[in-house]
Each structure stands twice: as structure tokens, then as C-alpha cells.
Ligand binder design. Structure first.
Ligand SMILES: Cc1ncc(COP(=O)(O)O)c(C=O)c1O
Length: 365
């Protein structure tokens, strides 16, 4: 199974069910489009529309980071931000540390860019094992570390404050770039953790994020703050993309500025919490012994099944039944996690979804 074939939708998500917040967002974008005059003849500046960067900076301030708009560059999503970060920091053949299990999109990028990978163990609750990373740094000449400190995928883990501070200290001691994937950062319903940037005193953190997971995947709108590599990153965006679409940025900036985003996010977080609970309740009825994480943010939980269950085989059997899951092996290069899987709670609970999940244990034999 290729990493690009990994989706974890279950039947029952209704594409026609558009939340009120998204309707409001669409109105803001339509208004921005109607206001457009001669813009269609000009490119936006490479770093992106200042009004959107201003709104992103205001949200960053709520998470312990006083960002200036000149420190932010708009991208077409977090994947592009990660790509620009790796391009700016690394040369072909360099070694990059990633958490395992970790986001398979990063593994694809590293392969594409001809970079070597060292996997650092990550706990399902507290994320990257910084002590293990310190040991690995004794043996490897590592250029960058890609990490999701808040609600990492696939586990939903968040790193405690002392581990974040330790990671920054290691970055300073070993001259590393830390590439922070913060795409799930704002999804937390109990707390919204500060970004790693809040403790980045030496400008070594490259912050990457987007609106894909909390608002809309279809906007293709993300951002990057490149620390000491920022000028190179903006240049790379210019040479690879020239500019982003101005009316979308302005529409989103208006949606932020008039409070639409904050109101939407409050409702969405409650909904995610409820959907996580519904999923955990259902898993509680399974007769197979499992260990499941119970994250307070993110869109998915991580399930450890009995040793003998091969979740790639389960994936294929489930697919025949119209159920799509994400097998654990996709989240590492080393063939680990073959008895694990990621289950999403991103979609509203439906009877079809619940029935599909109830059928899963019978496919594990
Ligand atoms: C952890 C993580 N980072 C980055 C991305 C890519 O996000 P975007 O859609 O903003 O490019 C994803 C998407 O699945 C993700 O889960």
C-alpha cells in the first residue's frame, strides 16, 4: 500500500451538510471577489496579503507568540510550508529527524527531496521523546527535526512544556532547525497550547500551519514563519509559486476580523470533542482488547490492537466492505506499528459510520 493511498474516511459523512461557519466564510470570500477591481492584472506580493498576515499574527499572540507580519508568509497549505522549510534548511543527502509514528506526508517529502530520515520514538500521550533525541544527536549529524508539538497525527499527543524547552535547548546546542507542524494546534477543546515559537529565543523554529484541518481543506491556505531562514523561504515561494490568490486571502482575513472564525472554531471544537467521545464509546463495546488514545484536540485517535492483527490486511478487508481506515505502518519508514491504526473523528457521527466501526473487529481474524 502506498503512502499516497492513505485516507481514513468511514462511510456516512455527508458532503452536503455545510456548517453555518463555512457558509459565512463563503460569503466573506464572495464579497472579497466582488470588491476586486484591477487585481486580476497583478500578482500579490510573494509573502501574501498583509491583512491576512495581520489576522494570523493576532491569533499567534493568543498562543504566546508575538509575531510580526514580516515574519509570516502565506502558502498554499501546510504541506507546501513543510516543503519550503525543508528546501530552505537542507541539501540533498542531509539527515532529518522525524517523530515515529508521525505524519506520512513528511516522509513523502523527505523521500522526494533525497533526504535521509532518522526516526525518533514518540509517545502516544506526550509526543516526541526528547531524551531519546538527545542520545541520537550524539551519533548523527542532524540538520533539522520535524515535529508536531500540539495534537500530533496519528496519536493526538501533545508535548509538555519541559520537553518543548529541552527540544529548543538541543536545537541551540546542536545547531538544528526545528520545523514545527502546527496544523492541529487550534483544534484543542480543553486548552489551545502555545506554539513552539513562544519559547523560540534563538529563531530556530520554522512554524508551519494551515486552515486545512480546522476550517477548510479546499481553501489551500497555509502559512510559514521561517525564523532565521525566513528570507530564503519567501524567495523560494516566489520562485516556485510567484504569489497566492488575493481575493481568497482577503475573504479569509475578513472572516477572521469580523469574529466569524472565532465563533466557528468554538462550535467546531465542541463538535470534535463530542465526536471523539462517540468514537471512544463505540470502541468500548468491542470485544477485542485495544489501547486507544484519548486526545483533547486533533481529528483522530490511535489504536493499538493485539500483536497478531495486521492492519494492512485489515485495511484491504475493510475496503471490500466500503470502510476505509489508515494502517499504522504508514506512519513510519521502518515497518513498525503493523498492529496499529489511526481512526478519524473528524466527521459527524452517523448510523452508517457506527455500523461500519462495529463491523471492524469481525474483519480482524
Ligand atoms: C500533520 C499534517 N501536516 C500537514 C498536512 C498537510 O496540510 P495541508 O492540507 O494544509 O497542505 C496534513 C494533512 O493531512 C497533516 O495531517
Amino acid at each position: 500500500m502506498s503512502r499516497s493511498a492513505a485516507f481514513d474516511l468511514l462511510p456516512g459523512s455527508d458532503k452536503n451538510d455545510v456548517p453555518a461557519g463555512i457558509v459565512q466564510l463563503n460569503r466573506s470570500i464572495s464579497r472579497a471577489l466582488r470588491r476586486q477591481r484591477g487585481d486580476f492584472q497583478y500578482y500579490d506580493e510573494p509573502a501574501g496579503d498583509p491583512s491576512l498576515r495581520q489576522q494570523i499574527a493576532l491569533r499567534a499572540a493568543k498562543r504566546g507568540w508575538q509575531a510580526e507580519i514580516d515574519e509570516l508568509c502565506i502558502t498554499s497549505g501546510c504541506q507546501q510550508s513543510l516543503f519550503l522549510a525543508l528546501m530552505a534548511v537542507c541539501q540533498q543527502g542531509d539527515v532529518v529527524a522525524v517523530e515515529a509514528p508521525g505524519f506520512y506526508g513528511v516522509l513523502q517529502l523527505l523521500e522526494q527531496l533525497g533526504l535521509q530520515v532518522v526516526e525518533i520514538p514518540a509517545s502516544a500521550e506526550t509526543g516526541l521523546d526528547v531524551g531519546a533525541f538527545e542520545q541520537i544527536l550524539q551519533r548523527w549529524d542532524i540538520k533539522a527535526c520535524v515535529v508536531s508539538p500540539s495534537f500530533a497525527t496519528p496519536t493526538g499527543a501533545s508535548m509538555p512544556l519541559h520537553a518543548r524547552a529541552h527540544l529548543i535547548e538541543l536545537a541551540e546546542r546542536h545547531d538544528l532547525a526545528i520545523i514545527e507542524d502546527d496544523i492541529y494546534g487550534e483544534s484543542g477543546w480543553l486548552v489551545v497550547p502555545d506554539t513552539l515559537k513562544a519559547v523560540d529565543h534563538s529563531n530556530r523554529v520554522i512554524h508551519c500551519s494551515s486552515l486545512s484541518k480546522v476550517l477548510s481543506r479546499d481553501l489551500r491556505l497555509g502559512w510559514i514563519s521561517g525564523g532565521r531562514w525566513h528570507d530564503d523561504i519567501v524567495r523560494l515561494k516566489l520562485t516556485s509559486q510567484l504569489a497566492s490568490s488575493r481575493f481568497i486571502q482577503r475573504g479569509v482575513a475578513d472572516f477572521f476580523a469580523d469574529g466569524g472564525y472565532a465563533a466557528y472554531l468554538r462550535r467546531y471544537r465542541q463538535q470534535l470533542q463530542q465526536q471523539r467521545d462517540q468514537l471512544l464509546d463505540l470502541l468500548g463495546t468491542w470485544s477485542v482488547p485495544i489501547r486507544a488514545t484519548s486526545p483533547a484536540g486533533g481529528l483522530a485517535l490511535w489504536l493499538e490492537l493485539p500483536e497478531q492483527v495486521d492492519t494492512i490486511k485489515l485495511y484491504n478487508r475493510a475496503l471490500d466492505e466500503g470502510i476505509v481506515i489508515t494502517p499504522g505502518e504508514l506512519f513510519s519508514m521502518s515497518g513498525k506499528f503493523s498492529n496499529c491504526l489511526r481512526l478519524s473523528f473528524a466527521h459527524p457521527w452517523t448510523r452508517a459510520r457506527a455500523e461500519a466501526l462495529m463491523r471492524l473487529p469481525s474483519l480482524m481474524a
